[in-house]
Structure formats: structure tokens, C-alpha cells
Design a binder for this molecule. Structure first.
Ligand code: ATP
Ligand code: MG
Length: 571
């Protein structure tokens, strides 16, 4: 991965928006409910790279801390030794920073193992937890169903002394994996299945990326999460809706552990985005099975992938702002994201000309060897930025094949035999002759230019509806362009026939390589990481990994407009 990381500029505090969570926090402040400033946390598990769904949660948690003068911690929820890695910890820190946020505390749930264990002993002493010798399979079966109560474990009524001794021996590593667990003693007939004596600790003789082999009683998510929040003095623990059922055990644990004014969990809708999967498990499969080049492949909905594609952190924050926070799940259209990206770039980046699919034009009445340098403004009138660059104009040009039709369709206003068009920043030209090779493929257009139309206007006022982009053939840079498109071909990649999975919905054209595009020469002076609008073509990013065989590489960040909507209408 490249070291060239821009972004990271602190996010300006947006004007407070009143969603239901901000209402709650405003109320906390007004009533002094927690007796401390609002405190949130972003709690990723370091088992993969962050994606757009996490960005929503990051903007929410850090945004609230900023808006209400509170704090936001970064906490690694690293209680599963099998899947976690320091490489993910580093990627997560870098992505949060790049998004423009600074955490107050940096914590690791794995640093809380001793404190959690101490609470486990206290629960045992209070008669609120017991060691169960059943295996996890038996525990699951005996939990009952939503309509029938569970069956109490034969070990449920062990004495405190026996439980304490067994728990200590569990921790000392005397028992094999799966032989015993610690469970809360709550209610085997509780209407919320989660409350039927949930598991708190289980034995894992495994290597943990931070703890090495020194720990073997791993806390389950529910046991670790709420108490970690409580240790850090979190006020509102924001999580996605699938944790709704876990709220009861959250509350039970922080209360049983004796916290005063404990944190309160609040659930919000997780982001689901069309043409995308937002699940680390699925993204990991894409990486591991080689469907993409890595977590930072520019087609990935990961923060690292979006950065690599050229999306700016401003666009991601604006997107989070636009979608807001709701209590109910709803899919978001990809157009909403693409619009945020385009909107951000439109005001920021200079316009340039690049021909993706070159077709030679020879201006037969233009003097051989002559070059004119046209002054080409870099921004349109409605963008506050100014500037221009010199554009060489000469007898031989490249135009895009898509801007020529031998037999023009009805509303086609570009080049065709006998047709006149305007060259951007330049003259009006007329196609006089179409040159073909032996196979009948068009290889050259012989055109004439009107020397009286340098301004792009005809002095006689004749109307020329089409304007096309071009570059001088003698001056053009040979560049590689990568057309990055949607990774999946259908809005819901999980909506596939029986027996197939989301991989069958991959878009085979998600990355189209154009090895020989022709760009205007001014691009040669710009550093990698520059962004542009290639006029009429889309927004592009000068790939930070630099050049391929001396050739510059440009990733398409986003197209000019929603070309997919058009296809759907056509289809
Ligand atoms: P995944 O399913 O991708 O693994 P996760 O929820 O297991 O996601 P965590 O690392 O545990 O990933 O998530 C860290 C935080 O980000 C959690 O608070 C979680 O609720 C939030 N989060 C994860 N995915 C989304 C999403 N799609 N929309 C909003 N928030 C999300
Ligand atoms: Mg998770």
C-alpha cells in the first residue's frame, strides 16, 4: 500500500442535526442524566478493514462527541483470538484518521480480560453465575424455543465455593477447550432467549495477537461489550439494530457489576447499500478468493478501497450526513453515494481532456508542423475556482470513437460524414472523408477546420449543436485508464437463486482496463494523487502507486452521471 495518504484533515463540526439519537444526547445534557459529558465509542473488531457501514457509525459516534463537547474512544473489540490481527488494528486507525476523526482514548477489550474476570468471580460470589459442564451444543438445545422454556442445566445449582474453584481452575488453564463455560444465572424461561443463562466465558487455548498465549478464558461479546463501555464511562452505546435483543443482558450485566449511571445502549439502522456488500465476512471472501486485488482494491466499499479509488473523506462524511440515522433498516441507493462523491469533486477538481478510445482526425487544411497553444480554462463558470492551462492544437488530433457514427442515429449531434462539430476550446471542424482499413474498420477521419472559428463560434452565426473533446496526437500522453465500476451487477447481491451465493452476482465488468488512452500533455506535470474531471468522461484519480511501465494510471472515481439508471430504463 502506498504511503501517500492525504485526507486526515480534521472534520469540521457539522451543524447539529436532530436525529433521534442526537435528541437523546441533547436530553442527557439538559437533564444531567449521566453526571458526565456525553461519551461515545467506536468499537470495531480488528478482523477486517473498515467499510462504508463503519463510516456511518464513525461519523455518528465522533460527530456526537464533537457537537456536544464530549469524547469518543476508539476501542478494539478484540475478544476472538481466531480472527484478529494487528494488521487490521493499524488499517482501522489509519482509516479513522483519514476520515478526519481523532479519538480521545485508544482501548482494547483484550486489556480488560483481568477486570472482566474479576467481575466474573464477583458474579459467582453473588450467586449470579455458575460453571456449566455441558458442551455448547447441549446448552443450545436446552435453551428451549421462543414458545417453550429452556431446561435448566444439571450444574445450575452448584455451590458458590465449587463454582469459584472451577472458575479459578478454568482460568489456570486446567481444562480443555469446550469442557466448561461460565454462565450467568438469570432465567431459563425468560421471554428474551438471550437472557436464558447466557454464556459469559469460554475456554480457548489459542494465540491472541495481543495477549499471546497467556489467557484462556475468553469473554463472549455480550459479556465484554457493555462492561467495556462501563469501564470507559461511555454514556450512550450506539450499535446497530441486530443487537436489540442484547440490550437486556447489557443492562443486567452493568447493573450486576454495580456501575452507577451505567451506559445505555441505543440501536440504529445499519447501512445497506445497493450493488455492494457491507459485511467484513463477505469482503474477506472477496479478498481471500481473489475476486479483488486486496482490501484496498478500488472497487471495494472499504475505506481503503474508496481512498485508493480517489474518493475524498469529505464525500464520505457528506454521504453519512445525507443518509442520516434512523430506527429502521432501509437500503440506500448507490446513486446517493455516487452523488455525494460527484458533488464533492465537482467544486474541487480541474477539468482536463482525455480520450479513452482514440480515433485519429487529420485536419487536411491545417498547416503541417504548425502548433497553436490555446488557453483552456480549467473550471466552468459555476465553480468558484479559476485557472487555465495551455492546450496544443495541431493538424493531427485524437477524438473518441464514441463521438463518431458513420450512420448517425437520430439525436446524435457529434461527428458523422459531412457533419460539423465544435472542438472544445477550439475550432469547428467538418468530417470530409472516412478512411477504413482492409477489414472495414474506421481508422481515420479526414476533416477540414474553419480558421474563422477559433473562439468556438462561427462568425456567420451558424448553429453547431455538438462539442467534443480531443487532444493533439503529437503532444498526447499515452496513459492507462481503469474504469472502476460497481462490484456487483444487481442491487441486492444476496438476492440470488437457491444454491448460489453473493459471488454469483459479481459484475464481470467491474474493472475495465484501457491501456492506451490519450491525455492532454499538462497532466505530465501533476503529482500522483491528483484528481480531475476528464470532461464528458468522469472524475479520475492519478493512481498513487504511480505508473505502469512508465505510463501514468488513472482510476475512474465516478462517472459523470448515473449511466446505470439509463441502462435500466433502456433494458
Ligand atoms: P461486519 O458485519 O461487517 O463484520 P460488524 O458489526 O461485525 O460488521 P464491527 O467491527 O463489530 O463490525 O463493527 C464496529 C461498529 O461498526 C459497530 O458498532 C457496528 O454496529 C458498526 N457497523 C458495522 N457495520 C455497520 C453498518 N453496515 N452500518 C452501520 N454501522 C455498522
Ligand atoms: Mg461485529
Amino acid at each position: 500500500m502506498s504511503d501517500l495518504i492525504e485526507g486526515g484533515a480534521p472534520a469540521p463540526a457539522p451543524a447539529p442535526r436532530r436525529d433521534f439519537i442526537r435528541e437523546l444526547v441533547a436530553d442527557d445534557v439538559a437533564t444531567g442524566r449521566f453526571g458526565r459529558a456525553p461519551a461515545t465509542r467506536f468499537p470495531p473488531e480488528p478482523n477486517g478493514f473498515l467499510h462504508l457501514g463503519h463510516a456511518k457509525s464513525i461519523c455518528l459516534n465522533f460527530g456526537i462527541a464533537q457537537e456536544f463537547g464530549g469524547t469518543c474512544n476508539l476501542r478494539f473489540d478484540d475478544t476472538n483470538p481466531a480472527t484478529e490481527d494487528v494488521r487490521y488494528v493499524e488499517a482501522i486507525k489509519r482509516d479513522v484518521q483519514w476520515l478526519g476523526f481523532r479519538w480521545d482514548g485508544e482501548f482494547y477489550a483484550s486489556d480488560y480480560f483481568e477486570r472482566l474476570y474479576a467481575i466474573a468471580e464477583q458474579l459467582v460470589t453473588d450467586g449470579k453465575a455458575y460453571v456449566d459442564d455441558q458442551d455448547e451444543e447441549a446448552i443450545r438445545t436446552n435453551r428451549g424455543t421462543v414458545t417453550s422454556p429452556g431446561t435448566p442445566s444439571p450444574w445450575r445449582d452448584r455451590s458458590v465455593a465449587e463454582n469459584l474453584e472451577l472458575l479459578r481452575r478454568m482460568r489456570a488453564g486446567e481444562f480443555p477447550d469446550g469442557s466448561r463455560v461460565l454462565r450467568a444465572r438469570i432465567d431459563m424461561a425468560h421471554p428474551n432467549m438471550v437472557m436464558r443463562d447466557p454464556l459469559l466465558l469460554r475456554i480457548r487455548h489459542a494465540h491472541h495477537y495481543r495477549r499471546g498465549n497467556d489467557w484462556c478464558v475468553y469473554p463472549l461479546y455480550d459479556f465484554a461489550h457493555g462492561l467495556s463501555d462501563a469501564f470507559e464511562g461511555i454514556t450512550r452505546s450506539l450499535c446497530t439494530l441486530e443487537f436489540k435483543d442484547a440490550k437486556d443482558i447489557y443492562d443486567w450485566l452493568v447493573e450486576a457489576a454495580g456501575f452507577e449511571r451505567p451506559p445505555v445502549q441505543v440501536e440504529f439502522a445499519r447501512l445497506e447499500l445497493d450493488y455492494t456488500v457491507l459485511s467484513k465476512r463477505k469482503l474477506l471472501r472477496l479478498v481471500e478468493e481473489g475476486h479483488v486485488a486486496g482490501w484496498d482494491d478500488p472497487r471495494m466499499p472499504t475505506i481503503a478501497g474508496l481512498r485508493r479509488r480517489g474518493v475524498r473523506p469529505e464525500a464520505i462524511r457528506a454521504f453519512a450526513e445525507v443518509i442520516g440515522v434512523a430506527r429502521k433498516d432501509a437500503r440506500v441507493e448507490i446513486a446517493t453515494f455516487e452523488h455525494a462523491v460527484r458533488d464533492d469533486l465537482n467544486m474541487e477538481v480541474p477539468r482536463r481532456l482525455c480520450v479513452l478510445n482514440p480515433l485519429k482526425v487529420v485536419l487536411t487544411n491545417y498547416p503541417e508542423g504548425e502548433v497553436e497553444w490555446l488557453d483552456a480554462p480549467s473550471y466552468p463558470h459555476d465553480v468558484p475556482k479559476t485557472g487555465s492551462r495551455p492546450m496544443p492544437f495541431a493538424r493531427e488530433l485524437w477524438v473518441d470513437r464514441d463521438d463518431f457514427m458513420e450512420e448517425p442515429a437520430k439525436k446524435f449531434h457529434r461527428l458523422a460524414p459531412g457533419r460539423e462539430v465544435r472542438l472544445r476550446f477550439g475550432y469547428l471542424i467538418t468530417c470530409q472523408e472516412v478512411v477504413k482499413d482492409a477489414e472495414g474498420r474506421v481508422v481515420e477521419l479526414r476533416c477540414t477546420y474553419d480558421p474563422a472559428t477559433k473562439s468556438g463560434q462561427a462568425p456567420d452565426g451558424r448553429k453547431v449543436p455538438g462539442t467534443i473533446h480531443w487532444v493533439s496526437a503529437a503532444h498526447a500522453l499515452d496513459v492507462e485508464v481503469r474504469l472502476v465500476d460497481r462490484l456487483f451487477a444487481q442491487p441486492d447481491p444476496d438476492d440470488v437463486p437457491e444454491g448460489q451465493d453473493f459471488l454469483s452476482a459479481l459484475n464481470p465488468a467491474s474493472l475495465v482496463m484501457i491501456p492506451h488512452a490519450k491525455a492532454e500533455p499538462s497532466l505530465a506535470e501533476d503529482p500522483v494523487g491528483s484528481r480531475y474531471q476528464f470532461e464528458r468522461t468522469g472524475y479520475f484519480y492519478a493512481e498513487p502507486e504511480g505508473s505502469v511501465g512508465g505510463k501514468r494510471v488513472y482510476n475512474r472515481i465516478v462517472g459523470m452521471r448515473d449511466s446505470w439508471a439509463k441502462e435500466v430504463r433502456k433494458g
